[in-house]
Design a protein around this ligand. Structure first.
Ligand SMILES: [Zn+2]
Length: 244
């Protein structure tokens, strides 16, 4: 194991351009299970009468905002993940010029809260909420503390969370940016995700670099297509690279 970690360190040190993809495993190690997790999705459907995929859509937000916000506040804003050693290492790597870009599917700004700068958020962020009529921005605390539906103080209409809903297309500019970064990468790190990822698989096919490395707690048969695989939580491997 030590030898493999040393090999990974050498690959990262020699890389001229490294990009990290951060998936749901990064939230899990930060203490939060995403609403699409099968067990959690089942509980949600029992509790609300609809699946997370049904509730977290623009149709639902527009037509049943009360239930939408009950779900959003209770299941997504309440007890979200905290950054771990993983993000601390990524921040240090970025500072040292060992990591050029982070592309994430998490909406909790885990990397930014640890100081990372160049982060592409494919699914948006819970911290940016706007009134779609007047453009006024609201902090996440305003959403959390609102009784029932959080509305714009000026316009009295529901505030739109700064996230992409399920089945909503990501911003095309973000998609282009992510593709360009991956295309440019010499080393691609898959952290808390794998080649089967619903979010990232479309992007990974643009990778033309030298090393594709997976660090994820669950193995998958597609792992064979990577150059290096560590079946573990990202923090357990990243913290042993010696960057801190
Ligand atoms: Zn407004």
């Amino acid at each position: 194991m030590e030898e493999r970690i040393a090999t990974l360190r050498r690959i990262l040190d020699e890389s001229s351009y490294t990009v990290a993809l951060c998936g749901s495993g990064m939230m899990e190690e930060g203490g939060y299970i995403g609403v699409k997790n099968p067990d959690k999705a089942y509980d949600i459907e029992k509790k609300y009468g609809y699946s997370p995929e049904e509730i977290f859509t623009s149709a639902f937000y527009n037509t049943r905002p009360k239930l939408f916000f009950d779900f959003y506040k209770q299941e997504m804003l309440n007890g979200g993940p905290e950054p771990t050693e993983s993000e601390t290492v990524l921040e240090k790597m970025e500072q040292d010029g060992k990591l050029q870009c982070i592309i994430t599917s998490n909406i909790y700004e885990l990397c930014q809260r640890s100081g990372c700068k160049n982060v592409i958020e494919l699914h948006g962020s819970i911290y940016h909420n706007i009134c779609q009529r007047c453009g006024r921005e609201y902090p996440v605390e305003y959403i959390k503390q609102a009784h029932g539906i959080p509305v714009c103080e000026d316009c009295q209409i529901p505030i739109r969370p700064g996230l992409f809903f399920f089945r909503e297309m990501a911003d095309s500019q973000l998609v282009t940016q992510a593709v360009e970064e991956i295309n440019r990468a010499e080393v691609l790190l898959l952290l808390g995700t794998n080649l089967n990822s619903e979010v990232f698989s479309h992007y990974i096919k643009y990778f033309q670099g030298k090393y594709l490395v997976i660090i994820h707690q669950r193995s998958h048969y597609l792992d064979d297509n990577a150059d290096m695989v560590f079946i573990d939580q990202p923090k357990n491997i990243l913290s042993r690279l010696g960057y801190l």
